[in-house]
Design a protein around this ligand. Structure first.
Ligand code: GLC
Length: 473
């Protein structure tokens, strides 16, 4: 079985968020199962390739908007594996992309339409030997349709994974023409662009052989959503081909300085050095922390900011590590000034080393997300023995056992969050707390389990494709 995973990022080469982590971890777990898997991503200037052997392998000629564009294919390996990563380089389309992958001159939708076209050309150049293309998020939404056009009956099978339904890649319908899709042969495209916009995620959902998302609960939530929009109709129409497969984490990326025998001493000393480093009051108060992209639509920042004063008034410490929305960065900073920075530490930076120290030193880890397709930080915090406190949605609900490996709260409100935090204060340093930490340290969310589920799905999709090939031939 030969698989190509297409995405906008793959950690550690390019990582903007959880998507990058998954695209960096899943192939390694698949490789362990004997799957022949490669990854393709754009070669943005932000790519970190120091220490990697990057080999310029070939040039593609990619048709787009009536012109032929040269795309350099650079090959490297995903660190600590034999997984090939193809980096697609084109200074016009993939050059000025910054941290948020957005451009001034070209819209993101145009950039990733071009990427989709380049991926299809790569597949053709590789003699169309991939059995399946695994697309991820809206950036790759046009690949399945283009494969159908270019390779027809002989196209690889396709899977589309939704990592976050709230990003759909909506843009000018002009891009459909530029990328070379003919609406008169693609009814879904014609229906979509009738309003002048294309929805890239919707196209991916409509055209892939199978659609997945990153937790079973998020899959259910999406199907049950009462929100309006064509995309919900399309998803519901595909419900027989739609499943949730829980993500895992790559434990190799998180070496931990503690285990079930040593955690008490290790956490205590990590706590003292972290408090010193962050200039916080050193005492026996519980540490609550949060490490997150600061996205006010998703990450529950509004209820968190109301709950932080309650943590402080109960003599707890709060530590935040994360950046993103500038307005919210400022709001959190203002709070730490108001309530004394010896109690609250706000760190709006990207610092993986500090992240590890925070995970190790924390007693509790707060994840108030309004919605969470899967979430990875709860799995990481458990691994380091920081008990998660989370809103009971999506993947948080699927990974945290309430009262055993964390606390879940149902209502999305500061009040419900504070009540959950009160339970933390109540068990702090008790036998219940130790039992919960030990239960956290024992759970295993390794990607191996998810990889088995993906492998089974790939087999099914490839089989269906072959059946269709025989039937249509
Ligand atoms: C997105 C989602 C997050 C998920 C990640 C990886 O970042 O918001 O919940 O864990 O993708 O699938």
């Amino acid at each position: 079985m030969k698989i190509l995973i297409a995405a906008s990022e793959a950690a550690p080469i390019i990582k903007l968020g959880g998507l990058g982590d998954v695209v960096g971890s899943l192939p390694k777990a698949l490789e362990k199962l004997g799957v022949n898997v490669a990854v393709v991503i754009p070669y943005f200037p932000t790519a970190v390739v120091a220490g990697l052997k990057v080999y310029k392998s070939l040039d593609l000629l990619v048709p787009f908007n009536g012109e032929s564009h040269k795309v350099g294919v650079y090959a490297t390996k995903l660190p600590r594996s034999f997984v090939d990563v193809f980096l697609l380089k084109n200074d016009d389309f993939f050059s000025t992309v910054g941290k948020t992958a957005s451009l001034g001159i070209r819209s993101e939708v145009e950039v990733f339409s071009f990427f989709a076209r380049a991926v299809v050309e790569l597949i053709k150049t590789k003699f169309n030997t991939y059995d399946l293309v695994h697309c991820n998020d809206w950036h790759t939404g046009l690949i399945a349709q283009l494969l159908q056009d270019e390779l027809g009956l002989e196209r690889p099978a396709t899977v589309m994974t939704i990592h976050n339904f709230s990003y759909q890649g909506i843009g000018d319908a002009r891009t459909i023409n530029e990328v070379g899709l003919d609406p008169s042969v693609h009814q879904m495209v014609a229906w979509d662009i009738a309003d002048g916009d294309v929805n890239m995620l919707m196209q991916g959902i409509a055209s892939a052989d199978f659609v997945t998302t990153v937790s079973p609960t998020y899959a259910k939530e999406l199907l049950a959503s009462t929100d309006e929009g064509k995309i919900f109709d399309v998803l519901c129409a595909r419900k027989d081909r739609f499943i949730g497969i829980l993500n895992g984490i790559d434990y190799d990326a998180f070496p931990r300085p503690l285990d079930i025998m040593t955690y008490q001493v290790a956490k205590e000393s990590a706590k003292q050095s972290l408090l010193t480093k962050l200039n916080m009051t050193k005492d026996d108060a519980p540490i609550f922390s949060m490490i997150s992209r600061l996205d006010p639509n998703q990450k529950g920042l509004d209820i968190l900011i109301d709950a932080i004063p309650e943590i402080v008034s109960r003599r707890g410490r709060f530590i935040l590590l994360g950046s993103g929305n500038v307005e919210w960065e400022e709001k959190f900073k203002a709070l730490s000034v108001k309530y004394s920075s010896t109690n609250i530490s706000i760190n709006t930076v990207f610092d993986p080393e500090l992240a590890k120290q925070i995970y190790t030193a924390s007693d509790f880890f707060v994840i108030p997300s309004k919605f969470e397709p899967c979430g990875l930080t709860q799995m990481i915090s458990m691994w380091y023995g920081a008990v998660p406190v989370a809103h009971s949605v999506g993947g948080l609900r699927d990974t945290i056992a309430h009262g055993k490996t964390g606390f879940l709260f149902d209502d999305y409100s500061a009040g419900a969050l504070v009540r959950a935090l009160d339970r933390c204060f109540a068990i702090y340093k008790s036998q219940v707390h130790s039992d919960m930490i030990e239960a956290c340290l024992k759970v295993n969310f390794s990607f191996d389990k998810s990889a088995l589920a993906y492998k089974a799905l790939y087999e099914k999709a490839i089989q269906l494709r072959q059946d269709a090939f025989v039937a249509e031939d």
